[in-house]
Design a binder for this molecule. Structure first.
Ligand SMILES: [Zn+2]
Length: 362
């Protein structure tokens, strides 16, 4: 399979796993339903796909973790059935190897911090299972933060939410701020020591929806090295009528004009939206978007950034900063002498402490 002439395309958010878990489709089989499957990703030249595991509200809060496990189990089976075409990647090395082999790199994301069930220890074990990206909330409030649909009180990150963001930084997991309330968004930027991702959010200046980011939010995200993925949902692209490819272009160019082309990417929300733009009916139509940008005089370098390199830069930076989840305390350890490191792909020896269980006020 070949990637796009602009390099492997990276899409930071699709909800395809829900269709797979419902038995409606198979990952490896081309379908006339939905927007994404392996044959269509390959045709489009996608190299990296974040597969969000969306926790439906009916499972929250108490069955959220079990529901994630159920979805992920189905997804791993689908990947195993197509192991010559797609690989779950959990490190920069695995990412590079998978791209070099021309396969699709699947990044495991979770949409809904309820999966943690209030316990940072669950976060560490989800990391061990391969999860590399988590959206702290969906639209409603949870024990980590307020969501975009539940922002009346103006609440931001909870104390537990602060602890979870710090632990995600330490483990090398991408914090996804799409769906957060404005107050939660700014709290995450204030707490996170790593760039954050808005995986599937557009511009509120062009379409006044609480799921979209204000210009001030976009500047704040970019000033800390963050990236936002453009969502293809018509209701986030324009306030009235059907959307077209040109609406996606408008949002892309708004971000690029505001903060430069280094902070915008794709987060289609395919298979999570019932109203894609006319001309972008599924992932195989991505060339239409590229053609529209070329007509707008986008240069090869800018297209490479937009279509993949910005997201790759963020993933590499955040993952590379990950440390050993269970570091040996310096006082008990034998030091970092030759042969003592079995930290694998983790950055070793920076001495940040284990994040511990939930901290309760004394
Ligand atoms: Zn979403």
């Amino acid at each position: 399979m070949g990637y796009s002439v602009f390099g492997p395309i990276v899409d930071a958010h699709v909800d395809t796993v829900l269709d797979l878990a419902a038995g409606r489709r198979r990952l490896g089989e081309r379908s006339v339903r939905g927007h994404v499957d392996l044959p269509r990703l390959e045709e489009a030249g996608v190299g990296v796909q974040v597969f969000a595991h969306f926790i439906e509200p009916v499972y929250k809060p108490h069955a959220a973790l079990a529901r994630f496990m159920e979805l992920y189990d189905v997804f791993l089976h689908e990947v195993a059935c197509n192991r010559d075409r797609i690989t779950v990647v959990t490190s920069v090395r695995e990412l590079e190897e998978t791209l070099a082999a021309g396969r699709i790199a699947a990044v495991i994301g979770i949409e809904g911090g309820e999966v943690l069930q209030g316990r940072p220890g669950v976060l560490r074990l989800l990391h061990r299972l391969g999860v590399r990206l988590i959206g702290l909330t969906w639209n409603e409030r949870n024990d980590l933060a307020d969501g975009a649909g539940d922002a009346r009180s103006g609440g931001g990150l909870s104390r537990l939410g602060v602890q979870v963001v710090r632990e995600m930084n330490r483990l090398g997991m991408v914090v996804d701020v799409s769906h957060l309330s404005d107050a939660s968004f700014y709290d995450v930027l204030a707490v996170s020591t790593q760039p954050v991702l808005a995986s599937h959010s557009n511009c509120r200046a062009l379409c006044a929806h609480p799921r979209n980011l204000t210009d001030d939010q976009i500047r704040a995200l970019a000033s800390r090295g963050g990236v936002m993925g453009m969502n293809f949902y018509a209701r986030f692209l324009r306030e009235d009528g059907p959307a077209t490819v040109d609406d996606v272009v408008r949002h892309i160019e708004h971000v690029a004009a505001l903060v430069g082309p280094e902070h915008v990417g794709l987060g289609s929300d395919f298979d999570g939206i019932d109203e894609p733009p006319q001309g972008l009916e599924d992932v195989t139509r991505l060339p239409r978007l590229i053609e529209a940008l070329l007509r707008r005089n986008w240069k090869e370098r800018e297209l490479r950034l937009l279509l993949g390199e910005n997201m790759l830069r963020l993933f590499r930076q955040v993952w590379q900063a990950g440390e050993e989840p269970y570091p040996v305390p310096a006082a008990e350890g034998t030091g970092a002498g030759p042969g003592s490191s079995d930290a694998g792909s983790f950055a070793a020896g920076r001495g940040r402490a284990w994040g511990g269980p939930l901290r309760v006020a004394s």
